[in-house]
Design a protein around this ligand. Sequence first.
Ligand code: A3P
Length: 309
Amino acid sequence: NLKELVNIDKYSCEIDGVCMPKKYLKMQDDVANWKVNENDVWVVSFPKTGTTWTQEMVWLLLNDLDYQKAQLNLIKRSPQLEATALLRSHLVKVFLPIIPQPIKKSLKYVKKMSSPACIKTHLPWNLLPMEIQKDIKKPKIIYISRNPKDTCISYYHFSRLIKEFDGTLEEFCEKFLAGKVNFAPFWNHVLPFWERRHDPNILFLKYEDMKRDLPSSIRKVAEFLDKNISDEHLATLADHLSFENMKNNPAVNYDWLVKMSNMAKRDGGMAPFMRQGKVGGYKEVLTKEMIEKFEIWTKEHTIETGLNY
Ligand code: A3P
């Protein structure tokens, strides 16, 4: 199962064309050979596209809208398969005792989840377990995507927050466009799921649609999961999932990560995880030239695919 490997820098390498943390090499075989449970539901995405938002929705729909249980941190309810590989040593060294188990030993934790588990991953199609790639097992997969300019800006702030990047936004955009950020290239991530969007076990969502009409997105996801939801419950869920409510909800707002990472470098003042939650925020911060670069790159990759944001 070993995929072709290329060195990028001290922390990253390219595995089968995907920019991955080197620590992922230790788990790639386990992931590739994973015995997939078809009852589990996977929330798959490129980072910063609305994954947390989607996970909270999916978990609640799968768990009969149990808001009581939803007070448990989302990282425990919907763990990220490859989370351990993303832990950088500067955080591990200082905080090992308080790093939550689903992150410290993510594979082990996910394996112990009872089914139907709600599994999060940022792995692209070509790094998913072989049983999925080869269509041997077909668990439900909900793929969330977002326009690349807003995604990139959100990723820039997040990378600064977790102290993995301290350059300018412009420099980060260049890295993003060159596919040198974790889980990139962006289009290699999005397009394989877009192409499979009509497969019965795949649901392709867009952040922009969720922002425009959250109740419709909830209904779509509920139908996909074979869950009935009354109008009243749907309204309550939409309210629970509003940006303001998620920003104030300690079970999903990653405030613990913000605190931990500010303590590690003692500099504070970074944007929170729940930062802006809006569409088109890029217009306020990207130069005309950078927007043009993104647009040319987008056109090159999406021409004749029918995908737009
Ligand atoms: P911004 O940084 O643009 O604000 P992910 O969960 O994939 O890491 O994505 C994080 C992005 O989703 C952040 O974007 C965050 O604010 C946004 N987000 C999270 N919950 C949201 C919600 N309820 N409504 C709108 N955006 C949300």
